[in-house]
Design a protein around this ligand. Sequence first.
Ligand SMILES: O=C(O)CCC(=O)C(=O)O
Ligand SMILES: [Fe+2]
Length: 352
Amino acid sequence: MSCAGPPIVDLANFEERKEEIKNELMKAATTVGFFYITNHGIPQDLIDRAFAINARYFDQPSEVKAKYPSVDWGAVKLLGYEVNRMHEGDGLLHESCIQKFPVHTEMEKIWPTEEDVPDFKKVTMEFMEALPPVVDRLMSLFALAIGFPEDFFKTITDVSTTENNSFLQYHKYPSLEGTERKDWKEGVNRITAHTDESLMTLLFNSPGSVGLELAAGKDGKAVGSEVGQYTVEGWTDCPPKPGCITVNVGDPLQFWSDGLLKSNYHRVRMPKEGEPLDARYSIGWFVWPKDDVLIQGPAQKYPPTTMKEFMKVKGQMYGNSFHPDPEIYMANQHVAFGVPQLANATPIPAAS
Ligand SMILES: O=C(O)CCC(=O)C(=O)O
Ligand SMILES: [Fe+2]
């Protein structure tokens, strides 16, 4: 097992160890912006079943997946199936589908039927229900550390109301077997460099999956602000760890903490020489604050905003890159997701 990657924070005996855990979380979140959690309470068997459903969903023929397309939905667009191609009409680089709690009635159009993907709804619901308690524990400690009441984020992210926007995203990065490495254009990634628009993301990567990288803290450097010129430097691997969930800070938490907690760049790069070319699966739980809640830290370092306003500025789901320097951040707003990789992309054959 590799020792690389962000720190591991052990959540065992949470109630008795709150102070210690808070300090460890803050150390990671204020530097790397990423950390692993262990003893998080989510049974491995449930995670395995969610991954099995993930594969079962994406293994359906395109016509089946096309029955459950994305729909515009308030400030956060998309529910349902989405694809990201290297270039219009070329090979598939990444597919995803988004699920929310059924308190959102739009979900009725999104759940695949039992015939199409048996057990999809059952397992997805069981998995989603297991996640908020983990988020609440982490966010209660971040709230205290930032200077808010312990339950500050609990109300803002409460999943039981229709105002809630948190979502689960199943990802598949189709197999690259049969493609020629020399045909991969330089700079093409399975997911390009981005920061998350969520308050916080719980990321599940299947064992042995490669490619997640992060550019942490001061080593992450945005270069250029023109479309096609944008790069980030200082990448390090963030491999999956057995029994751990990868967690990262997102943009609104950086705002809410007056820049203390870092929403750092990350990406999924293409496999290196010798690494597996098979399909890669991951699952993200994107903790999303309610649309109209005022986002501002105790020191008011950044201008106040709301999720609705922030998403307008950020533009797209996989929008643009947040930079801790507000000037660079604003300058980067027009650098759309995928543009750098699309501009020079070489086709790879479509996955079957
Ligand atoms: O698939 C992964 O490991 C990363 C996905 C990701 O960064 C995202 O969905 O925001
Ligand atoms: Fe991300």
